[in-house]
Design a protein around this ligand. Structure first.
Ligand code: PGA
Length: 251
């Protein structure tokens, strides 16, 4: 079980330090649930200093697929690894929507993350019109199979998938536990097909999209929901702590 806080383009340096330190104080040591935070790039190093030595893990929100070179403004997997990152979010719907990411760029980014010992948190999910047209399963299956093309893993701990229905992100509208479970079960089947029974069964499949203290327990109790990718509610230390507590109860 993994609870991941995606801060998106929020927090300046002092706020990032404060929020990270509040997360550290609220997480038990040791903790039965993995907890990770994903601050903006500019605060990665400062947040690493705050959480270092605690069970809270660090992640970045994006990565370039190359290693070094003339790519102004980009940050690579070796850089993230050297800054203390364990995870990196790949293919978030906001990056697909606003920054032109495709299944192919997602595939390159997963490969580079894996080559540099970062655990990719691969985001998939359908739009509202795709769901209304009954195409949500087809879309998610395509995103996973194309994103994971040629990718190998040694164990389920080396990969995370996040199912984030786009119509539920930042909207206050959440998938029902049944809708989440139905899609997570399909994702589980695809992952077992791609990576084998053992690794495919061990990959955490997170739900993301308006998860908050009031709905976390029910979503996290679904058999194939292995955690949450939390946006808005991860910016309030108390709400994030309440979701972590719900996850601890669910394991
Ligand atoms: P939200 O964002 O919790 O604010 O809906 C989730 C995400 O985009 O990762």
């Amino acid at each position: 079980m993994l609870i991941a806080g995606n801060w998106k383009m929020n927090t300046d340096l002092p706020t990032a330090r404060q929020l990270a330190s509040a997360v550290v104080s609220s997480v038990g040591d040791p903790n039965p649930v993995r907890v990770a935070i994903f601050p903006p790039m500019v605060s990665i190093d400062a947040v690493f200093s705050v959480i270092h030595g605690s069970p809270v893990l660090l992640g970045a929100q994006n990565v370039h697929d190359g290693e070094y070179g003339a790519y102004t403004g980009e940050v690579s997997a070796p850089m993230l690894r050297s800054a203390g990152c364990h995870y990196v979010i790949v293919g978030h719907s906001e990056r697909r929507q606003h920054f032109g990411e495709t299944d192919e760029t997602v595939n390159f980014k997963i490969a580079s993350s894996r080559a540099n010992r970062l655990v990719p948190v691969v985001c998939v999910g359908e739009t509202l019109s795709e769901r209304d047209a009954g195409r949500e399963k087809q879309i998610v299956e395509r995103q996973i199979r194309a994103g994971m093309k040629g990718v190998a893993i040694g164990s389920g701990l080396e990969m995370v998938v996040a199912y984030e229905p786009i119509w539920a992100i930042g909207t206050g509208r959440t998938a029902t536990p049944e809708q989440a479970q139905e899609m997570h079960a399909l994702i589980r089947k695809i992952l077992i097909d791609l990576f084998g029974k053992t690794s495919g069964s061990d990959i955490d499949i997170l739900y993301g999209g308006s998860m908050k203290p009031g709905n976390a327990a029910e979503l996290l109790s679904q058999p194939d929901v292995g955690g949450g990718l939390i946006g808005g509610a991860s910016l309030k230390a108390e709400d994030f702590a309440a979701i972590v507590a719900a996850a601890v109860k669910a394991v």
